[in-house]
Design a protein around this ligand. Sequence first.
Ligand code: 57M
Length: 359
Amino acid sequence: MIYHLLYPLHTTISAFNVFRYITFRTIYASLTAFIICFLLGPWIIKRLRTLQVGQYIQEDGPGTHQTKAGTPTMGGVLILLSILISTLLWANLTNPYIWIVLLIIVGYGGIGFVDDYLMLIKKRNKGLSAKTKFFAQAVLALLAGFLLYLNPDFDTRVTLPFFKHISPDLGLWYIAFAMLVIVGTSNAVNLTDGLDGLAIGPVIIAAATYMIFAYVTGHIKIAEYLQINYVAGGGELAIMCGSLAGAGLGFLWFNAYPAQIFMGDVGSLSLGGALGSIAVITKQEILLVIVGGLFVIEALSVIFQVSFFKMTNGGRIFRMAPLHHHFELKGVPEPKIIVRFWIIAIALALVSMSTLKLR
Ligand code: 57M
């Protein structure tokens, strides 16, 4: 809104020319989302407690988690509210990519909300069935992929890190590919959200990384210099990444150990979906495996654990999956696991940025 209301006035008030710049609007989108989250946090926590929207803890989980029972959850509502307000204020709302990512954020937030709500009612850590959740996510992601496919400016080639001359054009199959990236990222973030701040930290890191990718991808000269795909209008997603990172920092203020609030599936599914869709639009889909490497590691630990369990009739690779539970059961204190996972996420983000030059 601010962009549409104030930038046109730059002909009379020259200072308003600043609203044209993506860098300026990204910074203020981050700060706006952070301040909204920071100011509304205490009220939301109090409200969730009053409404008894408290986390149910599975008995079969690590014993240390029993003390977390009743922690207000569904804090993702606060994150999404901050992202939406900040994006609507600072982004160029005529940009179709903004609305595609908003479709995923709101849609996946809705799926997560229903899942969390059912968990609350059933008083079990079981909400929607995995099949129902996956189907709803797939439909929304296919819709997003189809809208991108219909966009004449959008390129259906897949960018490979390190190999600038190899970018296969998937054509109509790009819709299915985009769906896999979005649904996969969403569920990987969901699995990771199992310790205080463990998911939101790497989400902030990934959002900050894609802030840079979106900016360079949408800048024709820089994209040419780096020999990466130029996506006209892709730079506007830097503002959305700013909102994501700002809201994430605001939420982390309350989700930091010992957490006063959990984000719930409403937060984890939507934030993962947002990162996946931003990766697709900025043509850095495969690079997401590195940027979101922590989410990939956590998801793979579950896949390997379940596969090994089935193949060996009860054998386990880890004491418990996802990986963070394995370290918990080894006696590593929760804060130490969380901060070390953040360090890994930062290292992976730096490696992913280096690939822009290593081509
Ligand atoms: C998402 N949810 C957390 C919170 C958060 C197939 C299997 C791997 C599925 C997986 C599962 O259930 N995943 C669901 C992880 C849960 O967090 C809630 O869920 C939201 C995110 N979706 O926002 O509302 C618990 O995590 C803890 N937590 C914190 N701080 C936070 O900031 O401490 C969350 C956020 C919360 C709280 O205790 O209750 C979760 O862990 O369920 N299942 C598992 O991850 C289970 N692993 C498992 O069963 N492993 C098996 C097989 C299946 C691989 C094995 O290793 O053999 C573990 N999780 C639980 N119990 N709850 C262990 C058993």
